[in-house]
Design a protein around this ligand. Structure first.
Ligand SMILES: *[C@@H]1O[C@H](CO)[C@@H](O)[C@H](O)[C@H]1NC(C)=O
Ligand SMILES: *[C@@H]1O[C@H](CO)[C@@H](O)[C@H](O)[C@H]1NC(C)=O
Ligand SMILES: *[C@@H]1O[C@H](CO)[C@@H](O)[C@H](O)[C@H]1NC(C)=O
Ligand SMILES: *[C@@H]1O[C@H](CO)[C@@H](O)[C@H](O)[C@H]1NC(C)=O
Ligand SMILES: *[C@@H]1O[C@H](CO)[C@@H](O)[C@H](O)[C@H]1NC(C)=O
Ligand SMILES: *[C@@H]1O[C@H](CO)[C@@H](O)[C@H](O)[C@H]1NC(C)=O
Ligand SMILES: [Ca+2]
Ligand SMILES: [Ca+2]
Ligand SMILES: [Ca+2]
Length: 790
């Protein structure tokens, strides 16, 4: 090595000064004095260069450049032996090819930078070998030796030697296909990853229609590298299914033949409860996967399998029909798989007339304008030439696409970086451009239609509650006085000319406070559901009303202790005989509770829970109680631990519930049900009687008053979202406490039926002054509850 280095230096310095001398001597034919001056200057420059900049480069600080790549040998064939790192064939072939690689690099101008090389794997067909090598580059040369240059230099060398069988051994033994060179700049980290998997490299060709199961590293190696290859025109789909609730294993998937950071598709750490099944796509027929085990266990914490799936064209023409209902879905190929690093989708939509625009309804994904030209990290959208970046969120979002001059709409989705994410899907529908949200307010921030003037700032900017004449009240038509909703259609004239009692038995235009019958007509009468009076023409408001009735109570009770049968929907959610949370029976086999009860990893699995209905004492079993196992547990997909937003969970019970006076579901309100602030409702549970206390033995009850949203929002410094409802007293004293979580906030309607208004969610301490209890607002999560139960 030192010898070559020395030669190179001399060549460098002499060639440089020769150049200068030559050009100078050319000039000196005409301008002798100047020529001499230039000569002197050049000499001085050379000397300066020599003294100031020249340092023997092996003493100069240097950096290491890493390259990963592959080459194909035309006169050798892959054999299964070569797939096994421990085999003699592997050892022999890799040693020879390693030397070949070294000679190849040495034969070029890169030779003097050569530091090390390794051949780590072989691929099928005409033998492909995978390697990495390291160049040690002096800092001063760093700019010149680019990945592009290295690629060109090596390709040139391979091409020239391919036709002229030279004297170097690599040229005689192996016919290396120059055009097969794949070279990727990598990092020290990449090489470290590669090195850590050396003992466990596994190559597999994935056939079409074949599902290949990948086994985890064993006790001999803590980390393995899979190199998967499929047929041309296919992508590799990796399917990952967690089987253990807890693990510390790490998985990384790459869109290349080696674990190169730059081609990382995604990495997953630990067992994820949010995504029990994950599917990941590569952009072409190659994927590598690194599986790092945290500790050796006999069982793999997940099932990993691979499959070759055809590349799907992602260009679709859609003609929309004249109808305001949802019409269909657009999404990334192989949804719900992760989108692939090279996704490019285009949807052309044709609307029936210029009266309509198109709405794209997203789930947990929003679009936003990007000021700079930076790549979108979670998907780029181009909609009618507007560039938007996608962003995963925990909210609903709708993109409204106005249609102006042409009925054609073009929507494109592109993944701009190799890192991808869960597949993206949107439902599409038309909207009426002159009235996008009939009876509601269009929130421009998120494209959603929200109730206006109902006292809840549904729109993030609060504009739905701006300029309201009667916030959360009924407005008399004749003079704009405001009256409470409980006085509407109560057969007493409360507005001057009685407009509150008009149209009480006929359909009215739909609005935030109107009840929608199954036939689509809307009623003005507030809360007509299950009040034992037929209000809808189709009687749909009185169907399915077997709910919300207390058992006839044997005695009048004033204390905090409830009596048996008083709260027949109350559930006790237990783990190993211990009461953890409350719950509420809302339908046969369905109990609703708070998502935060299941947040702890140890409480996340449905199988550990037992649900008791008809329970009264905690310390004893009563003859009326029935226990259930939980077969499925659903947390609201937008539930957020820190903000407690969407704090709701559904538990599906393992066997049917036999309804009796002591076990009965509570009534679920209609989405338009209005729980008027000031109303006294009840919370029940076995929770602590004071902050930090033990749980109670007998089912407790406490009456609380519903609080106006804006008052509570202020008390809690605006941490109250539209999915929350506050109840309690300004002075404190009565509140839910530890152990009550998930239990019901139940309100009695004049008809005598009880409706579920909220779920015990959070609060600052228990019963502290000006710290109301915060409940999950049921009317805001009804859509998810209904959808999950069906
Ligand atoms: C390769 O680089 C490392 C780190 O700079 C150095 O320690 C080692 O001696 C080099 N090896 C060769 C053969 O140049
Ligand atoms: C080398 O051979 C390849 C194909 O065998 C041919 O395409 C190429 O032109 C040849 N190059 C030279 C420099 O002869
Ligand atoms: C969609 O329509 C355009 C012309 O309107 C046509 O060129 C294209 O082939 C169509 N694409 C598909 C996938 O049908
Ligand atoms: C759109 O809304 C306007 C205003 O409410 C209404 O007159 C029109 O009939 C609606 N158009 C359609 C197609 O629904
Ligand atoms: C109430 O009705 C009477 C008689 O129809 C009418 O004269 C009066 O202006 C109405 N009052 C209001 C406030 O509209
Ligand atoms: C359960 O608790 C109640 C009231 O605290 C008590 O009267 C009863 O004896 C207890 N029963 C058992 C079996 O411990
Ligand atoms: Ca509102
Ligand atoms: Ca009235
Ligand atoms: Ca009714």
């Amino acid at each position: 090595m030192p010898l070559i280095e020395a030669e190179e230096q001399e060549e460098d310095s002499s060639s440089l000064s020769n150049d200068k001398l030559e050009s100078n001597s050319h000039h000196c034919l005409c301008y002798v004095p100047l020529g001499i001056a230039l000569l002197v200057l050049a000499g001085a420059a050379a000397a300066t260069w020599y003294f100031l900049d020249y340092r023997p480069w092996h003493l100069e600080p240097s950096i290491l450049q890493f390259y990963c790549g592959s080459l194909q040998v035309l006169n050798r064939w892959y054999s299964p032996d070569l797939g096994q790192v421990e085999s003699r064939a592997f050892w022999l072939e890799s040693a020879k090819l390693q030397n070949t690689l070294k000679e190849l690099i040495r034969a070029t101008e890169l030779g003097r930078y050569y530091n090390s090389s390794t051949v780590y794997a072989f691929g099928e067909g005409a033998l492909t070998f995978f390697f990495w090598f390291t160049l040690q580059i002096p800092e001063s040369q760093q700019k010149e030796i680019t990945a592009e240059r290295v690629n060109t230099v090596l390709h040139q060398e391979l091409s020239t030697s391919f036709n002229s069988s030279g004297s170097l051994s690599y040229q005689t033994e192996y016919r290396v296909n120059p055009d097969s060179l794949v070279l990727l700049e990598s990092s020290v980290k990449d090489i470290a990853v590669l090195k850590s998997t050396l003992g466990c490299y596994r190559y597999s060709y994935v056939q079409e229609d074949d599902i290949l199961r990948l086994e985890g590293p064993d006790y001999l190696a803590s980390s393995c590298l899979w190199h998967l290859r499929g047929p041309k025109g296919y992508m590799i789909k990796l399917h990952l299914e967690w089987t253990l609730p807890d693990c510390r294993d790490r998985l990384a998937m790459y869109d290349a033949a080696g674990p190169l950071e730059k081609h990382l598709i995604t990495s997953i750490y630990g067992c994820s409860r949010q995504e029990p099944i994950v599917e990941i796509l590569s952009s072409g027929p190659v994927m590598s996967i690194v599986w790092k085990k945290a500790m050796y266990s006999y069982f793999d914490p997940f099932i990993l399998s691979a499959q070759a799936v055809p590349l799907k064209a992602c260009e679709v023409n859609i003609t929309l029909r004249e109808d305001l209902e949802l019409q269909g879905k657009i999404g990334t190929p192989h949804y719900p798989s992760y989108y692939s690093p090279n996704t490019q989708c285009t949807w052309h939509m044709m609307v029936p007339s210029l009266d309509y625009g198109v709405t794209l309804w997203f789930d947990a994904y929003a679009l936003s304008r990007q000021k700079h030209d930076l790549p979108c990290t979670q998907g780029q959208w181009i909609i009618q030439n507007r560039r938007l970046c996608g962003l995963r969120t925990l909210q609903a979002y709708a993109e409204r696409i106005p249609v102006l001059s042409s009925a054609d709409i073009t929507i494109a989705f592109t993944s701009q970086i190799s890192l991808t994410g869960p597949g993206v899907q949107a439902t599409y529908s038309l909207y009426n451009q002159s009235d996008p949200c009939p009876g509601e307010f269009l929130c421009l921030v998120n494209g959603l239609c929200v109730p206006a003037c109902d006292g809840i700032k549904d729109c993030p900017n609060g504009l739905d509650e701006r300029n309201c004449v009667c916030p959360a009240k009924f407005q008399c038509h004749e003079d704009s006085t405001c009256i409470e909703f409980s006085r509407v259609c109560n057969q007493q004239l409360d507005c001057v000319n009685g407009s509150d009692e008009e149209q009480c038995s006929e359909g009215v235009p739909c609005g935030p406070f109107t009840y929608r019958c199954e036939d689509g007509t809307c009623l003005k009468k507030p809360n007509p559901l299950c009040d034992s009076i037929a209000d809808c023409k189709d009687l749909s408001d009185e169907k399915r009303c077997d709910c919300g009735m207390q058992a006839p109570l044997s005695r009048i009770v004033g204390s905090l202790n409830s009596v048996e049968g008083e709260w027949p929907w109350q559930a006790s959610l237990q783990v190993r005989g211990r009461h953890i949370c409350g719950g509420t029976l809302i339908a046969d086999r369905w109990v609703v509770s708070a998502a935060h009860c299941f947040q702890d990893e140890r409480l996340a699995s449905p199988s550990i829970w037992t649900v008791y209905l008809g329970k009264y004492f905690q310390n004893a079993t009563s003859h009326t109680e029935v226990s259930f196992k939980v077969i499925r547990l659903f947390l609201h997909p937008y539930y957020e631990e820190d903000s407690h937003d969407y704090d709701v969970a559904l538990l599906q019970l393992d066997h049917p519930v036999i309804i009796s006076p002591l076990i009965q579901p509570i009534c679920l309100p209609a989405p338009s049900h209005f729980f008027e602030p000031g109303l006294h409702c009840w919370i029940t549970g076995w929770g602590a009687l004071k902050e930090g206390g033990h749980i109670s033995n007998i089912l407790q009850k406490v009456d609380v008053q519903l609080i106006q949203q804006n008052i509570c929002s202020e008390a809690y410094h605006y941490m109250i979202t539209p999915r929350m409802l506050c109840a309690g007293y300004y002075k404190g004293k009565k509140d839910a406490c530890q152990g009550d979580s998930g239990g019901p906030l139940a309100c009695k309607e004049p008809s005598g039926r009880w409706f579920l208004a909220g779920l015990v969610s959070w609060g600052m301490g228990c019963a502290r002054p000006n710290n109301y209890g915060v409940y999950t607002r049921i009317t805001q999560v009804l859509g998810w509850i209904k959808q999950t139960m069906s």
